[in-house]
Design a protein around this ligand. Structure first.
Ligand code: NDP
Length: 292
């Protein structure tokens, strides 16, 4: 078993991004600029946004955060997005999900200029991804592709089973793994809560991508010997053992599953760190106008 080490790989790629950001500053007199909008005080969202902002600073990007109370109206949020869309000093705009119930996430996603949609959630980017055209790939799937690439894993011809079909992880991941590209060229099975024979499906997998949101959901009896396991899950539980007061668990029962695998990502220290790299790479590509 070999660990797919998100810490090592993300630090390595961030050094390359920092180099490119320094060259960009030299050439243009400005830094790549990411703007985030955060509504409310959800603990997970606060942590993710803080980490995105911190990593921007680390690689030499400018970052700005607009915070709103949960009482913000949809119209106010859409106005702000329209203003940021027009600001030539901004390269990337993300709105941290989830949003309060009175705000339609689809409207918000579609309001973002697709040329600044560095989360890759806009229908234009998803449509272009589907057609294998240059686009912003959603940050988490992009991070997973970068991780597979970094370890030189050739996925061609593999059977990939994705568990979870969300718009941000499972569904785009299934499309990317089926594309005529490397990583890609897999035969893909996309499973979800209505899948009848989930265990049998997962047992067929050469590569399992788990994005469910349930601690220890993928157990050892679901994993074929030698499989590659990518654990996207981030399940937070209160803990007295850590300084932060909570502990993170993946969707995979790591201790029992890891010995069976050829490669596996840990949680924490795996996909989460690569997601930030995906976001930074998209923001840099936007600044350098290499996609649009
Ligand atoms: P969602 O809640 O949007 O989707 C979960 C998916 O899991 C759904 O498609 C659901 O099926 C499926 N599912 C739920 N229960 C079962 C079950 N019993 N059997 C089979 N499938 C099931 O989650 P996300 O995709 O947004 O996130 C998944 C996990 O990944 C979470 O823990 C999240 O925190 C984490 N995450 C981590 C990131 C990172 O950077 N590492 C980034 C984004 C998310 P159905 O559609 O039928 O309801």
């Amino acid at each position: 078993m070999q660990l797919l080490d998100g810490k090592f790989v993300s630090e390595k790629i961030k050094l390359q991004i920092a180099d490119e950001a320094a060259n960009f500053l030299n050439d243009t007199g400005r830094k790549p600029h990411l703007v985030a909008i955060l509504v409310g005080n959800d603990g997970g969202s606060e942590t993710y946004v803080a980490s995105k902002m911190k990593n921007c600073e680390k690689v030499g990007f400018k970052s700005s955060l607009y915070r709103y109370d949960t009482t913000v109206t949809e119209a106010e949020l859409l106005d702000k997005i329209a203003e940021i869309n027009k600001n030539a000093d901004v390269d990337g705009l993300i709105v941290q999900l989830p949003l309060p119930k009175h705000i339609d996430p689809e409207k918000v996603t579609e309001a973002i200029d697709h040329k600044k949609d560095v989360d890759g959630f806009h229908p234009i980017n998803l449509g272009r991804m589907m057609r294998n055209l240059p686009c912003f790939i959603p940050a988490t799937p992009y991070g997973i592709l970068l991780m597979l690439q970094e370890y030189g894993i050739n996925t061609s011809g593999m059977h990939c089973v994705v568990v979870g079909r969300s718009n941000i992880v499972g569904s785009p991941m299934s499309i990317l793994m089926a594309r005529n590209a490397n990583p890609g060229n897999c035969t893909v099975t996309l499973t979800h809560s209505k899948t009848k024979d989930l265990k049998e499906q997962v047992l067929q997998a050469d590569i399992i991508i788990a994005a469910i949101g349930k601690k220890n959901f993928i157990t050892a009896d679901m994993v074929k010997a030698g499989a590659i396991v990518i654990d996207v899950g981030i399940n937070r539980e209160f803990s007295t053992e850590t300084k932060s007061g909570f502990k993170l668990y993946g969707d995979v029962d790591f201790d029992k599953v890891a010995p069976l695998t050829s490669y596996i990502t840990p949680v924490p220290g795996g996909v989460g760190l690569m997601t930030i790299v995906g976001l930074l790479k998209n923001t840099l590509a936007s600044a350098k106008k290499t996609i649009y």
